[in-house]
Design a binder for this molecule. Structure first.
Ligand code: 9GP
Length: 818
């Protein structure tokens, strides 16, 4: 039957136009002769969605027919960005859409800009989840993503007098043409209440009577693969009050309580947790996690039961990937479903559970591993806590046999953290119950084995794997840098690299070819002009397109060391000020561009934003400096902004203190677009260098192994004069706001502990920057390095990452449409 539906919608210009105009008239109720850019975007999006739905239904039919093992990716964050361009590129109709719209009087590029980003994530972890979906679909894997449909995504950032202001992200206010609400796909999610133990047929049974029940409603978002019909689903849950509660309240005439309970329920999916490193709103956060996993697991069990009468085959049909510690409570939830609802015994339930879950850790800081206060779990999830106790009991019994009375080790291993206030350690729960745990880069993998999870690794080395992150070249090259992509296709003689990124290696043969270099730099220059025009619109500043565009865009955090970048910029400014006119002629002009959001409660990160603005105000208006140095902050950094900035960057900075970034994926996006990297020997910078060669990158500073010793030596450490001079300038108020910047300066020279080692790394950072200047003036060499950078990125596609997960963790095969 699904074959009949194939190609029901035609992709010739006229059919597309008719489809768009129909949507304008019948879906949006606009006149078919008059609709503006936003309405044209909406109508276009609906028409694309129609095509996605066809493929998606076909994919579902195929799944139902073949019943393959499926991958379920559970994540609290999916940082999707925009969908229009990505969808038409992936289903291969971009040219047709551009033509159809042109004839209707619209410009595809302008319509693309009308879409609001779906910013359902904070940063790297959420964006990785989005890239994974693209690769899962493209590689024909039977997969679903499960997440939350936050009403407000990542906050919108504006800047007032150099200070960050945060605004709610009303991304759904104008509708979301990409999603399909499934009013009939709903599940109850229970909280609070009490558990009764009853004896039933000589067996203990547990009955949980919840104090609150919230309904999870499914919203489906089709995710098309590139060059395949496979279209997978991202199912996001929204919270609605449970019908029963509402009815109860009304029947007692308590209208106000009914409305309040509605609001209370909806709060669960209303806001993306603003930062993963702070612990406010603990209860709400835990409720969100339970809401996600409970609805998703109920959905998966229901789907499984459509095909199977018992649970014997569950592990052969289901693989759950837990994205960080956030969805780990899912382990207890699956146990609860199997024990209490499906009436399986403990041994069988545990056997199934331990075969289906695997866990990715994304953190370095032990503080980022979630722990929930025992009393919170006791109150919110009484049945889950019982189950966790029992898991821990059996685990501890096993450990006692192994380690006897090594109580210190036993207490480190325990899922329950003892102490005045007891906690449940979610990472320990994951390590005990998942069949695999993976790190996200080689260095992170070494770290989790030797430090973060050492006790567990010593016992179960077979559970540990390394899966270096990647990014999807469809979004980060084909969509965001179409001209460079075309050029690559032309020189490689194939566009197969869009599915096999290793083929980029072929560019090495031509890296020295003058023609390619010229065409390459021309495309890059035109990308820079596009960004320069944008900068002029947002800031009024006119920047020189021939200057080096030096970029650092990412979340603002002390460990990512935007502060080191700013200190370097101030030093450069100071040098220029003190130069003779003759020497100034030798300065390589730079436009320094920074962007990123500071977590709302993170004061030092906010101070860094203010400092960037204060320094920018000073040097951008200094006639001695002119075009030699500019400092621009791009507000409201998000996925779409990155798509504009990355293709236009000459240099990008990835400066985290060695040993503090689990992986980092921004660097991969820059490198594959031919932007050279200044970076520390941290996370994936090291692996990128292995692929590109040290001559095509500017790595500096110590390695992660050296950091602990350097930290202990900090007390006696005296930074170089240049560093102290810059800090002195900030302290003295050269950029105003001396008092406000004081706490920031104190972190690097106050108590003398400079935890992130800015002072230590500064000289080697300056050397790296001097090497960058030197390389930039040799235009031919620079072009060659830029091409070699792209050529060496074959390893950094999420296609490679996902294949590794599928083959080595999930044991899942692709399912191809015939
Ligand atoms: O900080 C890591 C980043 O290094 C990594 O690339 C990304 C994807 O694995 O995850 C980030 N972690 C988070 O966003 C939250 O822990």
């Amino acid at each position: 039957m699904y074959k009949l539906m194939d190609q029901y919608l035609k992709n010739d210009t006229f059919s597309i136009q008719k489809n768009i105009v129909d949507h304008s008239e019948y879906t949006l109720a606009r006149s078919r002769f008059r609709f503006d850019d936003f309405e044209a975007y909406q109508a276009t999006a609906y028409s694309v969605r129609d095509r996605l739905i066809e493929r998606w239904n076909d994919t579902h039919s195929l799944m139902r027919e073949k019943d393959p093992k499926r991958i379920y990716y559970l994540s609290m964050e999916f940082l999707m960005g925009r969908s229009l361009l990505n969808s038409i590129v992936n289903i291969g109709v971009k040219g047709q859409y551009a033509d159809a719209l042109k004839q209707l009087g619209f410009d595809l590029e302008i319509l693309v800009e009308q879409e609001r980003d779906a910013a359902l994530g904070n940063g790297g972890l959420g964006r990785l989840a989005a890239c994974f979906l693209d690769s899962l679909a493209t590689l024909d894997y039977p997969a679903w993503g499960y997440g939350l449909r936050y009403e407000y995504g990542m906050f919108r950032q504006t800047i007032q007098d150099g200070f960050q202001l945060e605004h709610p992200d009303y991304w759904l206010n104008f509708g979301n043409p990409w999603e399909i609400q499934r009013v009939h796909t709903t599940y109850p999610v229970k909280f609070y209440g009490h558990v009764d133990e009853i004896q039933e047929n000589n067996k203990k049974t547990y009955i949980w009577t919840p104090g609150e029940t919230v309904e999870a409603v499914a919203y489906d978002n089709p995710i098309p693969g590139y060059g395949t019909k496979n279209t997978i689903n991202l199912r996001l849950w929204a919270a609605k009050p449970s019908g029963e509660l509402e009815l109860d309240s009304f029947s007692t005439g308590d209208y106000v309580n009914a409305v309040l309970s509605k609001q209370r329920a909806e709060t669960i999916s209303s806001i993306l947790y603003p930062d993963d490193r702070t612990y406010q709103g603990k209860e709400l956060r835990l409720k969100q996690q339970v809401f996600l996993v409970s609805a998703s697991l109920q959905d998966v069990v229901r789907r499984y039961k459509d095909f199977h009468s018992d649970f014997a085959a569950f592990p052969q049909k289901v693989a759950f990937q837990l994205n960080d510690t956030h969805p780990i409570i899912g382990v207890a939830e699956l146990m609860r479903i199997l024990l209490d609802e499906e009436k399986l015994d403990w041994v069988k339930s545990w056997e199934i559970t331990t075969k289906v879950f695997s866990f990715t850790n994304h953190a370095i800081l032990p503080e980022a591993l979630e722990k929930w206060p025992l009393e919170l779990l006791e109150n919110l999830l009484p049945r889950h806590l019982q189950i966790i106790y029992r898991i821990n009991f059996y685990f501890m019994e096993e450990m006692k046999k192994k380690f006897g009375d090594d109580l210190v080790r036993l207490s480190r291993l325990s899922i329950i953290e003892e102490g005045e206030k007891k906690n449940v350690r979610m990472a320990n729960l994951a390590l005990v119950s998942c069949h695999t745990v993976n790190g996200v880069s080689k260095s992170h993998f070494e770290f989790i084995k030797s430090s973060l999870f050492k006790d567990f690794h010593d016992m179960w080395p077979h559970k540990f794997q390394c899966k270096t992150n990647g990014v999807t070249q469809r979004r980060w090259m084909a969509c965001s840098n179409p001209d460079l992509s075309q050029l690559i296709t032309k020189w490689l003689g194939t566009e197969a690299w869009l599915k096999e990124l290793d083929l980029l290696l072929g560019l090495r043969l031509h890296a020295n070819d003058y023609n390619l270099q010229e065409q390459w730099m021309k495309v890059r220059r035109s990308n820079k002009s596009r960004l320069a025009a944008y900068i002029q619109i947002i800031s009024g500043a006119k920047v020189n397109v021939d200057a080096m565009f030096d970029v650092q865009i990412k979340r603002i955090h002390e460990y990512k060391r935007q502060f080191l970048n700013v200190i370097g910029i101030i030093h450069r400014y100071d040098c220029i000020k003190n130069m003779t006119a003759e020497d100034r002629k030798k300065v390589v002009p730079r436009v320094c561009i920074l962007g990123g959001k500071a977590p709302p409660g993170y004061e030092n990160a906010k101070r860094i934003i203010k400092l960037i603005h204060a320094v920018g105000d000073k040097l951008n208006n200094d006639p001695d400096v002119g075009d030699l140095l500019k400092l621009i902050f791009i507000p409201d950094y998000n996925v779409s902004m990155a798509e504009l900035v990355i293709p236009a960057s000459d240099i990008s900075q990835h400066l985290s203190t060695a040993g503090s970034e689990a992986c980092g994926t921004g660097n991969m996006k820059f490198a594959m677009n031919g932007c050279l990297i200044v970076g520390t020997k941290d996370g994936s910078n090291v692996e990128i260098q292995e692929e590109l060669g040290s001559e095509n990158m500017f790595l500096f500073g110590p390695s992660a192994e050296d950091i602990p010793e350097l930290r202990t030596e900090q007390k006696d450490f005296q930074p170089v004069l240049e560093f102290r001079r810059v800090v002195g300038m900030i302290r003295k108020g050269v950029f105003g706001n001396a008092e406000y910047f004081q706490p920031l300066c104190d972190t690097i020279d106050g108590a003398g502990d400079d935890y992130y080692l800015l002072g230590h790394d500064f000289p080697s950072y300056l050397e790296a920057q001097a090497a960058v200047d030197k390389a930039f003036v040799d235009k031919k060499r620079w072009a060659e390095m830029s091409i070699l950078s792209t050529a060496g990125c074959g390893q950094f596609s999420t296609d490679r990452t996902i294949r590794e997960y599928a083959e080595e963790i999930w044991n899942v095969e692709p399912l191809r449409h015939s």
